[in-house]
Design a protein around this ligand. Sequence first.
Ligand code: ASP
Length: 320
Amino acid sequence: MNKVLIINTGGTFGMVQGAAGLAPAPDLEMRLREQLPELAHYAFDLVDLLPLIDSSDLRLNDWSRICETILTEQDHYSGFVVIHGTDTLAYTAAALSFALRGLSQPVVVTGSQYPLGVEVSDAPTNLLDSLSYLVQPDIGGVRVSFGGLNLQANRVRKMDAQDYVAFEMPNGEVSSINEAAQPEVLTYQEGAVATILIYPGIPAAVIEGVLNDDRLRAIVLLSFGSGNIPTTSSDFGAALKRAHEQGVLLVNMTQCLKGRVIQGAYETGALLAELGALPGFDMTPEAVFAKLHYLFAKGADKKAVEAQWHQPLCGEFRCQ
Ligand code: ASP
């Protein structure tokens, strides 16, 4: 069997111009078969995950639906392509890398910056690259194929809003040990993880705002440099202490594109170390977000997350 299932979730790839801008549209399979004669070289089926969305409207349940489709169909296909909008592609790619650990078939996530049918569109190349990778996947696991690059799903970030090479791995690829794991469909709790960008003068109110949501279990702080936050210049630190006292897990991630968190290198990072914040290592913010959701969905409580945090699950950070 050498047949691939293409799962279309929406995104620019299959969109057409609507009254208020580009919007998801039906009949992608028909349009693809008409416009891309090269597809005759590949055996594939295409399924639309309805309703097709602009990925800015992604809900965490969409991760579950993608996994469910793959796991239901895994005996019938040699590989899977997930067509996804680029805006939240990095989140979904990371989420799939965790939930689908142990899957024997390779999965490629792709999309495009310009819709199929437009002269400059990158949709044909990105799809053909994904399919040709699946003929001979040399790495396995979940990958992102985009702009001529084949990338590790949980290390990618959307780096360019318009360029064909939209995704890169700012901290590089990490080879992962393929641990025995069971791929699964999980139920994610939306609102359990909040990501906050630290900025000069950030007030306590920003933390208090997310603490008001009783679904909250973890805050990912996109800190300055190697893991620093304002400590003496505002009431921000006091709010973090309150979050900690309420049992909320804190994760210290750098907002720098490259490099890693070295917690406690500066006095301005000491408070986070004192509050037991977990370091984000050199992960992407998207991978941290997806990993926390994955661990919570697996039933881990704060202690259990802390206990497993320092061990990568599938190459999401580089150990030092
Ligand atoms: N807004 C679109 C989406 O994420 C952008 C894209 O696909 O490139 O669905």
